[in-house]
Design a protein around this ligand. Structure first.
Ligand code: DGP
Length: 109
């Protein structure tokens, strides 16, 4: 999608602080962190949200990437959040998994 911020990040035409990458997925630091560690994990191909058709397999891959990041960075506890749709707090309409760690365990997003 030409107008999508996260597609641009995935294509390297917008800068980001990348923390994990493989062929199909990318994780980078959230520009407005809500926790000491706040990453966004995305599929490189555009899909709008968890509500989109056939998102389940991709969601599993995003969780797999989160586990790999936690292992690699030795992060023992973390939160994973999908905001789904505008009413669910999703501002960027490109599927992403929030990875949050550190600080207040009551943190909300
Ligand atoms: P959500 O509300 O679930 O759609 O979260 C979108 C997140 O994306 C929000 O926490 C801020 C982050 N974000 C928005 N634009 C950019 C950007 O250009 N770069 C980075 N790194 N993060 C962004």
């Amino acid at each position: 999608m030409t107008d999508c911020i996260f597609c641009k990040i995935a294509q390297n035409s917008l800068p980001s602080e990348i923390v994990f990458e493989n062929e199909n997925f990318l994780a980078f630091k959230d520009i407005f962190p809500r926790a000491p560690i706040h990453y966004l994990i995305i599929p490189k191909n555009h899909i709008e949200s968890i509500a989109s058709d056939n998102s389940e397999e991709i969601a599993g891959e995003l969780i797999r990437a989160a586990k790999k990041i936690a292992e690699d960075k030795k992060i023992s506890g973390y939160k994973l959040v999908f905001n789904v749709g505008e009413a669910g707090g999703q501002i960027v309409p490109h599927l992403h998994l929030h990875f949050l760690a550190g600080g207040d365990s009551e943190l909300k997003i």
